[in-house]
Design a protein around this ligand. Structure first.
Ligand SMILES: Nc1ncnc2c1ncn2[C@@H]1O[C@H](COP(=O)(O)OP(=O)(O)OP(=O)(O)O)[C@@H](O)[C@H]1O
Ligand SMILES: [Mg+2]
Length: 271
């Protein structure tokens, strides 16, 4: 049995996206509006503890799909299930990390991380303890008193990640979380995310434009085609974990093979 098949065997399905479709109203002119299909019949599953990246050309519906999974947007058709149960809105089982961490400027790092826990109605001392643990997970234990403007972009994104982790979600939904960062900080955060995943075994859906990032992080890569967004392929990444530094792993034949398959898949949409 190939390694990826072996890995999947015996794992339970955490997230199932079943025949999800969604259109948006688009204004043609003053008298006419039409519905433009953005996602068409999207189905895929994620196993517990798996990292799956979602790639595809700009506008193919990656963010729309992530928002539907997060319960921020309803599909026109289809169902999203977590542990077999249909979701009908946002829930503490799923936390979203966006490209910009949108921290509250008047709260320090600790209080920003506590923010998510306030929705969970945890008591103050529990909130502080969990927020400190989450800041520790992202390497910011010593920065809890810093305000967002005193933190670098990478640190702010770490606080955003800690805020998502603090509510102890089962699934992390990440939409280009590192794309606003410089290359070096981005690589650091990729490695930190893998460490964090090794510690917490969260199920992670990761939207990115960067194919190296997608392969490096993921067990599988979901390739979408545009107009309307649809699944072209799900590509297995046959690289063992823990993974080495991205610079070393890039020359691994399994990395090159997966990257090539994904890159060709994305281009298939333009042909
Ligand atoms: N709320 C909305 N109302 C109308 N159209 C929308 C809305 N949200 C998204 N769209 C349209 O749906 C399509 C897909 O958008 P989406 O943001 O999901 O793409 P994406 O793959 O995330 O793109 P990018 O890679 O640029 O982030 C786009 O054509 C966009 O204009
Ligand atoms: Mg997007």
């Amino acid at each position: 049995m190939p390694a990826t098949e072996e890995k999947k065997a015996g794992r339970s399905t955490k997230l199932a996206v079943e025949s999800v479709s969604r259109s948006f109203r688009s204004i043609v002119n003053r008298r006419r509006a039409e519905f433009v299909p953005v996602l068409n019949d999207i189905s895929f599953t994620m196993y517990e503890g798996e990292i799956v990246s979602v790639v595809g050309l700009s506008g193919c519906g990656k963010t729309t799909l992530l928002r539907i999974v997060g319960g921020l947007l309803e599909p026109d058709e289809g169902t999203v299930r977590v542990d077999g149960d249909a979701v009908s809105g946002p829930g503490l089982d799923r936390a979203i990390v966006f490209q910009q961490p949108s921290l509250l400027p008047w709260r320090n790092a600790l209080r920003n991380v506590e923010f998510g826990l306030e929705l969970k109605k945890a008591g103050k001392s529990v909130r502080t303890e969990k927020a400190r643990d989450a800041l520790g997970l992202v390497g910011l234990r010593d920065y809890e008193k810093y305000y967002p403007k005193q933190l670098s972009g990478g640190m702010q994104q770490r606080v955003g990640l800690a805020r998502a982790l603090a509510v102890e979600p089962e699934i992390l939904l990440m939409d280009e979380p590192f794309s606003a960062l410089d290359a070096q900080t981005r690589e650091e955060l990729q490695m930190e995310l893998l460490d964090l995943h090794a510690q917490t075994k969260k199920t992670i859906m990761f939207v990115t434009h960067d194919l190296d990032e997608a392969i490096y992080l993921s067990d599988r890569v979901l390739v979408l085609l545009p107009h309307p967004g649809r699944v072209h392929a799900v590509v297995d990444v046959d690289l063992p974990r823990p993974r080495a530094n991205i610079l070393d792993i890039k020359s691994d034949p399994a990395f090159i093979k997966a990257r090539d398959t994904v890159a060709r898949g994305i281009r298939a949409g333009g042909e």
